[in-house]
Design a protein around this ligand. Structure first.
Ligand SMILES: *[C@@H]1O[C@H](CO)[C@@H](O)[C@H](O)[C@H]1NC(C)=O
Ligand SMILES: *[C@@H]1O[C@H](CO)[C@@H](O)[C@H](O)[C@H]1NC(C)=O
Ligand SMILES: *[C@@H]1O[C@H](CO)[C@@H](O)[C@H](O)[C@H]1NC(C)=O
Ligand SMILES: *[C@@H]1O[C@H](CO)[C@@H](O)[C@H](O)[C@H]1NC(C)=O
Ligand SMILES: *[C@@H]1O[C@H](CO)[C@@H](O)[C@H](O)[C@H]1NC(C)=O
Ligand SMILES: [Zn+2]
Length: 418
C-alpha cells in the first residue's frame, strides 16, 4: 500500500517541482553499514528504490519529508555518505501504467486485464459462426499467490486437433519483462482474426501462455524499480532474504536441466536464484507439464531484451540435438524481422552460452535437452536499454516485430522435416 501511495504521488507531481519525499543515494562500505541499510529498509518510513542486490554498495532510498532529518542522522552516526538526487532523474517514466482501463497496445496492464481482453477476443471469435478458428481457454496451474495461469489453445475447425503438430508459446517467465503480455496478446489476436494466422493454423495448433509469472509481473508493475522487482516469482525463500523483495526464485533457472550447475544461481537473494531444488516452484511445475503436450514440435519463449534469438544450451557449448534446424529457424526469424522493420540493433542468433552467459535450469534448455522437443528457442525482444520495460510508444512496433518473427519461424518449422 505504501508503495502504491508513493507511486501515485510521484506520478501526479512529475510536472511540478514539489516533492513530498527526498531521494537519498547512500553508500555503505562496511558490513555493519550494509546491515544498517538493511535494517532501515524494513522500516515503513521509507521505500528502497534500488537495492535488489544485497551486496551492492549503493542504494537509493526514498524518504518522506518528516523522516528526512532522522534518516540523515541515521546515516551520519554510522559513518555512511549520502547525497540527494532528483527523483525525476531516477525513477523510470515507464513505471506509469494504467490500472483499470481496457487493454490496448499503448500501455502496460495488470495480468487480469490482459487475460480479460484475450478472453473477450476468443469469445468474439467464437460468436462468429464463419470463423475457421476453434479455441480453448484453460488454466494450466496456479501461481504461489494462487492466481490462475491461463493458456489459450487455438487451431482450425477443419484440422483434426489430435493430428496437428503443436507450437507452445510462453511469455513473462520473468515478471519484469513487460513486452511479454502484449506480445502474446498480439499473437492470439492475429491467430483469431488475421488470414496469415488462419493459414498458419493449417499447419499447427498453437498454445499461448501469456503470463507465466503472474505474481512477479503484477508486483513489478506496481513497484518503484521494475528493472529489478518482479523478475522472480513471489514464493519466499526458505531462509528468507534480508529484503523481502529479493525473495523468490528465478523460474528460468529452476527447470530440471543441469539445475544448479552454474554458480550465479547460488545466492537465494540474487535475481537469478535457482530455487531449493529442481522444479521446486509451482510456476515451473505447471509449465513443465504444459510442455508435455503431445505432438509439441516447437517451443518458443518470449523474453526481453537484447534483440536475440537463442537456441540451447546455456550450460554447455555442446551442440543441441537438431542444431542445424534450430539455427535455420532462428535465422528465418531474424531475416523476416530485419527485412520488414527498421531494427535499431541487428538480431544476434546463437546458443545462449555463446551469446549471453552461462546459465542452467532454463526452460528452453529443458524443452530441448530433457523433452527432446525438436525446436526450442528464446526470443529476447527489444534492442534498447532498458527494453525490459519498453517505452509505451514502442509497444505497438515490438509486438508487430514479434508476430512477424514468429510466423517466419513457424513457417520454417513447417518446411523442415522434423
Ligand atoms: C539491526 O537490527 C537488529 C534487530 O533490530 C539490531 O540487533 C542490530 O543492532 C541492528 N543493526 C544495525 C547496524 O543497526
Ligand atoms: C529538519 O532539520 C531542519 C534544520 O536542521 C529543520 O528546519 C526542520 O524543521 C527539520 N524537519 C523536521 C521534520 O524535523
Ligand atoms: C466469455 O464467454 C463466456 C461464456 O459465454 C462468459 O461466461 C464470459 O463472461 C465471457 N467473457 C468475456 C470477457 O467476455
Ligand atoms: C495480418 O497480418 C499481415 C501479415 O503479418 C499484416 O500485413 C496485416 O496487416 C494483418 N492484418 C491485420 C488486420 O492485422
Ligand atoms: C549447488 O551447487 C553448489 C556449487 O557446486 C553446491 O555447493 C551446492 O551444494 C549445490 N546445492 C544443491 C542444493 O544442490
Ligand atoms: Zn527473461
Amino acid at each position: 500500500m505504501l508503495t502504491r501511495f508513493i507511486f501515485s504521488f510521484i506520478i501526479l507531481n512529475t510536472a511540478s517541482a514539489e516533492f513530498n519525499y527526498k531521494l537519498f543515494q547512500v553508500t555503505a562500505t562496511t558490513f555493519e553499514q550494509k546491515r544498517a541499510l538493511i535494517n532501515l529498509s524494513k522500516s515503513t518510513s521509507n521505500e528502497f528504490v534500488e537495492t535488489s542486490k544485497v551486496y551492492s554498495l549503493t542504494d537509493l532510498v526514498l524518504v518522506p519529508f518528516e523522516f528526512v532529518n532522522a534518516t540523515e542522522d541515521y546515516f551520519i552516526t554510522r559513518g555512511m555518505t549520502y547525497e540527494f538526487l532528483d527523483p525525476r532523474d531516477v525513477l523510470p517514466a515507464t513505471t506509469f501504467h494504467s490500472k483499470h482501463e481496457k487493454f490496448s497496445y499503448n500501455d502496460f496492464y495488470e495480468s487480469q486485464i490482459v487475460h480479460k481482453s484475450i478472453i473477450k477476443m476468443v469469445n468474439c471469435s467464437a460468436s462468429k459462426p464463419d470463423s475457421p478458428v476453434r479455441a480453448e481457454i484453460f488454466s494450466f496451474g496456479s501461481t504461489y499467490l494462487k492466481k490462475s495461469m491461463l493458456a489459450f489453445r487455438l487451431g482450425r475447425k477443419d484440422v483434426d486437433k489430435e493430428k496437428s503438430p503443436v507450437i507452445l508459446i510462453d511469455a513473462t517467465i520473468h515478471g519484469n519483462e513487460w513486452i511479454g503480455p502484449p506480445a502474446a496478446h498480439k499473437i492470439i489476436e492475429q491467430l483469431l482474426f488475421n488470414a496469415t494466422g488462419h493459414e498458419l493454423m493449417k499447419k499447427f495448433d498453437i498454445i499461448v501462455a501469456p503470463i507465466v509469472n503472474r505474481d512477479g509481473y503484477d508486483e513489478s508493475l506496481n513497484s518503484f524499480h521494475p528493472y529489478i522487482h518482479g523478475r522472480k516469482n513471489r514464493k519466499p525463500t526458505k531462509d528468507g532474504c534480508l529484503l523481502r523483495r529479493n525473495e523468490g526464485t528465478d523460474i528460468n533457472r529452476n527447470f530440471d536441466w543441469f539445475w544448479n550447475s552454474t554458480e550465479l544461481t547460488e545466492n537465494p537473494c540474487s535475481e537469478n536464484f535457482r530455487g531449493e531444488y529442481p522444479n521446486s516452484e509451482p510456476e515451473t511445475i505447471a509449465l513443465s507439464k504444459l510442455m508435455e503436450t503431445s505432438k509439441l514440435i516447437f517451443y518458443y519463449t518470449i523474453h526481453s531484451y537484447g534483440n536475440l534469438i537463442l537456441y540451447p544450451y546455456g550450460n554447455t557449448d555442446e551442440k543441441v540435438h537438431n542444431f542445424e534446424n534450430m539455427r535455420k529457424v532462428a535465422l528465418a526469424g531474424k531475416d523476416a524481422m530485419e527485412s520488414t522493420f527498421e531494427i535499431e540493433k541487428p538480431y544476434k542468433v546463437g546458443s545462449s552460452l555463446e551469446i549471453l552467459r552461462r546459465t542452467s535450469g532454463a526452460s528452453k534448455d529443458y524443452a530441448a535437452g530433457k523433452l527432446k522437443i525438436p525446436i526450442s528457442l528464446i526470443h529476447e525482444v527489444g534492442g534498447r536499454r532498458p527494453d525490459s520495460q519498453p517505452r509505451v510508444e514502442d509497444i505497438k512496433t515490438y509486438v508487430d516485430i514479434v508476430w512477424t518473427g514468429f510466423t517466419a519461424m513457424a513457417n520454417k518449422v513447417a518446411e523442415l522435416e522434423l
